[in-house]
Design a protein around this ligand. Structure first.
Ligand SMILES: *[C@@H]1O[C@H](CO)[C@@H](O)[C@H](O)[C@H]1NC(C)=O
Ligand SMILES: *[C@@H]1O[C@H](CO)[C@@H](O)[C@H](O)[C@H]1NC(C)=O
Ligand SMILES: *[C@@H]1O[C@H](CO)[C@@H](O)[C@H](O)[C@H]1NC(C)=O
Ligand SMILES: *[C@@H]1O[C@H](CO)[C@@H](O)[C@H](O)[C@H]1NC(C)=O
Ligand SMILES: *[C@@H]1O[C@H](CO)[C@@H](O)[C@H](O)[C@H]1NC(C)=O
Length: 370
């Protein structure tokens, strides 16, 4: 692709709304044996206009193929297979020289409005990674690249159009980020005490796709979002202590870095913990540029039926759920299949807002004397 075509192709925000969400490809990782998940994923992608390609999960691993330290670190067999599936997709991105990709595990769910959510996320990530307008390399966030003593975080607003538009990816130029951790089971904001990464946050206020706080599940992450921000707020910042690699955007450079760190350098923990170590720059790993979002945009779907199907890594058997659920996602694609099938737009909202208290009082007509 020529530079000009590339700019035209990736520069416009409308491109986030294309069938690969502004990445070159969307890959889904899954075992061929989990036909239940493929059926459901096929419908979810079809109903939201996404073009996906499957990468088969690994079913066996030769001990000789395990990177240094792996055998002594007590990582269980199921986790090793999960690790291998992610390595296979990273290797595919490297081998096929793919500029950027979205990688999803096969049980994730998202909101019917994912395309507009991702367009908003792209505006937020640009404020973090792109240079300030009229400069080549000055960042909006004064804590870039590392906070000075006593510097604290600053909130930027997603509508602040202060950085120069990217030309190679809607999420920020491809040489400016490694990974967008869009689906996780918990995170926290960067802290000054981390000492190695910028603190800036981009606030997406009044986002009607965010549930009220009473319904927000922080899972393994911190309660900072719930405690510090108003209702219906989503916040984008550098990733910190994220867990679960449910969905991530990754650049070619990012895929090379993560394939090196997790596939060659050393295997010290489960796959998601090693992604975390690279994003946090700990465990003898070089810090990568990883952004994340709270609440997350992709999340595990827990289907109705036996809980045994939740995981092929850990044992979740023993319970039965009458209803499916997806934490933090209001108009879940998967829970709306019956609605989408009959062409209705009366979407099921998993987390309707509480009725406003005292609304009548607020809506009282103003006295003409006021
Ligand atoms: C990979 O793609 C980049 C542009 O995205 C190009 O410059 C490079 O030559 C390609 N490498 C190979 C081996 O094709
Ligand atoms: C993203 O930012 C651009 C430029 O400020 C704006 O035109 C566009 O409407 C924004 N998109 C979203 C989804 O907020
Ligand atoms: C940081 O704050 C402490 C306590 O307020 C103060 O003693 C110190 O001088 C400050 N350091 C800098 C570099 O401003
Ligand atoms: C969000 O909505 C509240 C209540 O309607 C309003 O006061 C506030 O200004 C809005 N914030 C933004 C950034 O739009
Ligand atoms: C569409 O399906 C939903 C969910 O089953 C149902 O509640 C709704 O009444 C149906 N609407 C139409 C127009 O058939």
């Amino acid at each position: 692709m020529s530079a000009a075509t590339e700019a035209r192709h990736f520069g416009a925000t409308t491109v986030v709304s294309d069938e690969t969400l502004g990445f070159q490809m969307i890959f889904v990782i899954g075992l061929t044996s989990r036909s239940d998940r493929r059926d459901s994923m096929a419908l979810a992608a079809a109903f939201t206009g996404l073009d996906i390609e499957y990468i088969d999960g690994a079913t066996s691993i030769d001990d000789k193929a395990i990177p240094p330290e792996g055998l002594q670190n007590n990582v269980n067999r199921g986790s090793l297979l999960g690790w291998r599936a992610h390595m296979n997709v990273l290797r595919t991105i490297v081998e096929r020289n793919i500029t950027s990709a979205l990688v999803m595990e096969d049980d994730v769910d998202w909101d019917i409005r994912i395309k507009s959510q991702m367009a908003t996320f792209a505006n937020a990530s640009r404020l973090i990674v792109q240079p300030v307008k009229g400069t080549l390399d000055r960042h909006l966030d004064p804590t870039f690249p590392v906070p000075m003593e006593n510097q604290t975080f600053q909130d930027f607003h997603v509508d602040d159009d202060l950085t120069s538009p990217p030309t190679t990816s809607p999420y920020g130029d491809l040489d400016r980020w490694d990974l967008l951790w869009l689906g996780h089971c918990g995170t926290r904001f960067p802290w000054p005490s981390d000492g190695n990464a910028p603190l800036g946050r981009v606030v997406i206020a009044n986002d009607t796709t965010v549930p009220e706080k009473q319904h927000v599940n922080q899972e393994l992450g911190s309660s900072e979002l719930i405690l510090e921000y108003p209702e219906h707020t989503r916040v984008v910042a550098r990733a910190r202590v994220n867990s679960c690699t449910l969905a991530y955007g990754i650049t070619q450079a990012g895929a090379r870095r993560f394939l090196y760190e997790l596939g060659i350098h050393k295997l010290t923990n489960t796959c998601d913990m090693m992604f975390r170590f690279v994003c946090d720059g700990v465990d003898g790993r070089q810090l990568a540029t990883c952004l994340t979002v709270q609440p997350q945009l992709f999340q595990h779907h827990r289907p109705a039926g036996s809980t045994a199907g939740y995981s092929d890594i850990n044992d979740h058997s023993g319970e039965y759920h009458d209803k499916g659920s997806t934490a933090n996602v209001r108009w879940s694609v998967r829970l709306n299949f019956p609605v989408l099938l009959n062409g209705s737009t009366e979407y099921i909202d998993q987390f309707p807002d509480a009725p406003p208290v005292g609304r009548e009082a607020l809506e009282m007509p103003q006295s003409p004397l006021d």
